[in-house]
Design a protein around this ligand. Structure first.
Ligand code: FES
Ligand SMILES: [Fe+2]
Length: 352
């Protein structure tokens, strides 16, 4: 019998240990997969045996708000390279404190502004020939030589709406440059004196944001991957881009905002924000932000984080080697998977 206990799963909330499925000595239904939280950061140890063609998924990078950095990582004047949404980006913090994100390659002769670029006030200056860009709008505001009568409109770079919330820097990505159509929730616990300082865990996974989120509604996998039974939600609502699941008689509430942004609250235990930022069409960088009530002790947030990390370490080898079956062959009890796929379509500018 595997070592399984009731536990919290990042995707679904509380799951109960399976008690009746296996007899000692009988072959076990499901493995479960080994727990190995070290896999989260030690990518080299992960089993990656599948070979995906260029198009692992029939959909592109989704539109939405995604974390690109922790606030504390970027001080005024700092310039950082990023690679998300299949694009080279430059992130900088203006002298007056605002984070700005633009396409990294300069509209002039293509230098990567994150390599040697300098912040000047609210702008950043390209290291190659000194053209200056306003990150808030992407506008080129100065070409410091050559006596042009005006700055060519084509010198305008692409910038991305950026906000700072929950101690994180968020970027709005939209394939066609569309405006935000939902908001990032404020998590008051993250700045509440009765709650512990936030604890962040970050790790990459080779899977799309949509495919990872499908885990939420894949009830059968709990038995086979995690060795536990899922318990049905008491309440499940979907309203446009928003989702809410309540379980355990109200002890846990999971809210979803767009594709890849969730907040899970387990009463008297932990509040946990999960953000899944697309690196490209088939991989993501996950950031989990935990806080626990201080009255539960100094280690409470770390213990909750450890439990979620060991849970997801069971999923990672499956996720990184699976392909996307479309349409899938499913049983009657798996219809929510199709519903999830239909819901997710609203986050794509074009679905292949
Ligand atoms: S490439 Fe940036 S100023 Fe020339
Ligand atoms: Fe899972």
């Amino acid at each position: 019998m595997a070592d399984v206990t009731d536990h919290l799963d990042p995707a679904i909330g509380m799951v109960h240990a399976t008690t009746s499925r296996w007899e000692p000595g009988e072959p076990q239904a499901g493995l479960p997969m080994p727990k190995d939280p070290g896999l989260l950061t030690d990518v080299a140890r992960r089993p990656r045996v599948s070979h995906f063609g260029e198009h692992r998924y029939p959909y592109p990078v989704p539109n939405g708000w995604f974390i690109v950095a922790e606030s504390a990582e970027v001080s005024p004047g700092d310039v950082r390279p990023l690679y998300y949404f299949g694009r080279d980006l430059v992130l900088y913090r203006s002298a007056d404190g605002y984070p700005r994100v633009m396409d990294a390659h300069c509209t002039h002769l293509g230098a990567n502004i994150a390599v040697g670029g300098r912040v000047e006030g609210g702008c950043v200056r390209c290291p190659f020939h000194g053209w200056k860009f306003e990150g808030e709008t992407g506008k080129c505001v100065e070409i410091p030589y050559g006596d042009l009568p005006r700055i060519p409109p084509k010198a305008h770079s692409r910038s991305y709406p950026t906000i700072e919330r929950n101690h994180m820097i968020w970027v709005w990505y939209h394939a066609q440059g569309g405006e935000p159509f939902y908001d990032v929730p404020d998590v008051p616990e993250f700045s509440d004196d009765d709650w512990s300082p936030i604890l962040v865990r970050g790790f990459p996974i080779n899977i799309s944001a949509q495919d990872m989120a499908e885990n939420n509604v894949d009830f059968a996998h709990f038995q086979f991957v995690h060795g536990t039974e899922s318990i049905p939600d008491d309440e499940f609502i979907t309203e446009g881009t928003y989702k809410k699941a309540v379980g355990g008689g109200g002890t846990f509430v999971r809210e979803g905002f767009g594709l890849g942004l969730g907040v899970l609250r387990v009463q008297n235990y932990v509040t946990f924000l999960s953000s899944t930022t697309p690196i490209d069409e088939h991989s993501v960088y996950v950031r989990w932000i935990f806080s626990a009530p201080k009255k539960n002790g100094e280690q409470a947030a770390a213990e909750a984080a450890e439990s979620f990390c060991s849970g997801v370490s069971q999923d990672i080898p499956i996720w990184e080697n699976k392909i996307y079956r479309d349409p899938p062959i499913i049983t009657k009890t798996e219809k929510l998977i199709l519903e999830h796929r239909r819901w997710a379509k609203q986050f794509y500018s074009e679905v292949g």
